[in-house]
Design a protein around this ligand. Structure first.
Ligand code: CP
Ligand code: NVA
Length: 336
């Protein structure tokens, strides 16, 4: 299955556009192999004795757990450093922190706000840096999403991959560029005020020209979801934007993923994906507040769709671990 091994050694993983189609697909196939090995109990300790720093300025369930378990499976030691644990940018510059961490750790994961910070860590640490989400990109999520697509459809090229919702957040940016990179028919369906930035659309269009993919950005739900293989959505309000609930609810309510929208695809075999966490019921504090203050019982996806046979969201969540493992093994291990 795995053909030639690209030379990833020592490389950082910051955003999709830094990789070729072949490299990106290689990481997905490597994750598939590592997933299979894990299920069979075959060890794959490519990072024996390495030390990995996990920097989190924003909270996380999946990304933190995926990096932690992947480190342990690979034989490495993960060290979690939360926003109040180190001086990152507060009392010590990013540059100095990067230089210190690079003297002690073999690899660094970073989740935070400005994308510039993860770039600076990569520039100054001298070790591979992996982006666990910034305001601009969420590339390890894209790998897990595409692994889930490959598991369900056996291919990525030509897949009609439709993202519905906040079209200019980190996940939408990553899926648009990542989908174009691997040759998907990728569509962003969003209100015009939440269209992706022109430079992101331009980047995706250039990649699609090379890969044979297609890029569409539209506000028209009916046009956008027609024939979809994948319907994907994300929260309407991302981390750091918590003052925007009222405005986003007004803008995005017509873009909620309902069973009617799923039926509009006309594809019985379509799958529903969501990076999670999701607001599909009132079993969260936010969910209860939204219902109390805005009268909305569900947000970006209805509970019916979330729990339907189309929904692959927990396979997708599990795949975070296998794909993150592939990224760490490929950039810091020696894969034969
Ligand atoms: N999808 C995702 O990144 O989840 P976490 O925020 O829980 O890491
Ligand atoms: N767009 C979301 C993704 C969470 C995984 C956020 O940034 O909060």
């Amino acid at each position: 299955m795995l053909q030639t091994v690209p030379n990833f050694y020592g490389k950082s993983f910051l955003c999709e556009k830094d990789f070729s189609k072949e490299e990106f697909v290689y990481l997905i196939d490597l994750a598939m192999k590592l997933k299979d090995e894990k299920k069979q109990g075959i060890p794959h300790r490519y990072l024996e004795g390495k030390n990995i720093a996990l920097l989190f300025e924003k909270p996380s369930t999946r990304t933190r757990c995926a990096f932690t378990v992947a480190c342990v499976d690979l034989g490495a030691h993960p060290e979690y450093l939360g926003k109040d644990d180190i001086q990152l940018g507060k009392k010590e510059s990013i540059e100095d922190t990067a230089k210190v961490l690079g003297r002690m750790f073999d690899g660094i994961e970073f989740r935070g706000f400005e994308h510039k910070k993860v770039e600076m860590l990569a520039e100054h640490s001298g070790v591979p840096v992996w982006n666990g989400l910034t305001d601009l990109w969420h590339p390890t999520q894209t790998l897990a999403d595409f692994l889930t697509v490959k598991e369900n459809f056996g291919r990525l090229e030509g897949i009609k991959f439709v993202y519905v919702g906040d079209g200019r957040n980190n996940v939408a940016n990553s899926l648009l560029v990542g989908g174009a990179l691997v040759g998907m028919d990728v569509r962003i369906v969003a209100p015009e005020t939440l269209f992706p930035a022109p430079e992101v659309v331009e980047m995706a269009k250039n990649l699609a020209e090379k890969s044979g993919g297609r890029v569409t950005v539209t506000a028209d739900v009916e046009e956008g979801v027609a024939g979809a293989d994948v319907i994907y959505t994300d929260v309407w309000v991302s981390m750091g934007e918590e003052d925007k609930f009222a405005e986003r609810i007004a803008l995005l309510s017509p873009y909620q993923v309902t069973m009617d929208l799923v039926n509009q695809t006309g594809n019985k075999n379509m799958i529903f994906l969501h990076c999670l966490p999701a607001f599909h019921d009132q079993e969260t504090t936010y969910g209860k507040d939204i219902f109390a203050n805005h009268g909305l019982a569900e947000m970006e996806v209805t509970d019916e769709v979330f729990r339907s046979e189309h929904s692959m969201v927990f396979d997708q969540a599990e795949n975070r671990m296998h794909t993150i493992k592939a990224v760490m093994a490929a950039t810091l291990g020696h894969i034969e």
